[in-house]
Design a protein around this ligand. Structure first.
Ligand code: BEZ
Length: 211
């Protein structure tokens, strides 16, 4: 069965462009993003890895480690990473997992045979410090992903892990958030002074933890 939210992210040991990775050890207590791309030396994938490389500081600010995976070899990853740096202006400084034997792809269900028998689709797994899966995304080969959205989701996940709130549609860090239905009005008044009620089930408050 496909991995689901709340499942433990499978552990593995695999080669990368820069040596072996032991996934859970490498994650440590950090958040993680594991994302697959269909193939090295392809145009959309080149822009995707360049974009992720450009966001190094943003992921670090969120204590989030990122790793890419495809079924290409470590040697191909190394050669391709030079093209990424040349064409995208950012050097890949995160592990590129060489999943030639498909161990990782199969553990995470990244090969969808009716899309491609051989290549991974564009999967994304966001993993919490507890090693549990917090978000899954699957995009087709023809559509590059929006990594700003993945940062936005991480902001929401980290906030809502700490406070009894949820984030509305299109929310961005710093904007008002929703008080979860399980919080009583009395509790809400204590936790979120000045909160605003639109409907009994729709209550907003300023984002906790912001001054
Ligand atoms: C691409 O990255 O451009 C791509 C990869 C596989 C299939 C189609 C497009």
């Amino acid at each position: 069965m496909a991995l689901q939210l709340g499942d433990t992210a499978p552990d593995f040991t695999a080669p990368t462009a820069s040596g072996e990775i032991r996934f859970h050890d490498w994650l440590g207590d950090s958040w993680g993003v594991l994302f697959s791309h269909p193939a090295d030396f392809t145009p959309v994938c080149t822009t995707e890895l360049g974009t992720v490389a450009s966001l190094t500081d943003e992921f670090a600010r969120r204590d989030t480690r990122v790793a890419a995976v495809s079924v290409d070899s470590a040697e191909d990853h190394r050669t391709w990473s030079e093209d990424i740096a040349e064409t995208q202006g950012h050097s890949v400084d995160f592990p590129m997992i060489a999943d030639v034997d498909r161990t990782v792809s199969e553990l995470y269900g990244m090969i969808h045979p009716n899309a491609s028998e051989t290549a991974t689709v564009r999967s994304v797994f966001v993993i919490g410090p507890d090693k549990r899966i917090k978000l899954t995304l699957t995009y087709p080969a023809s559509t590059g992903r929006n990594f700003a959205e993945i940062l936005r989701v991480i902001d929401s996940l980290q906030l809502t892990a700490e406070h009894k709130v949820a984030t509305p549609a299109d929310w961005q860090d710093g904007e008002d958030v929703i008080i979860t239905p399980a919080v009583s009005d009395a509790d809400a008044a204590e936790r979120f002074p000045g909160y605003r009620t639109v409907k009994p089930y729709l209550r907003y408050t300023a984002q906790p933890g912001r001054t």
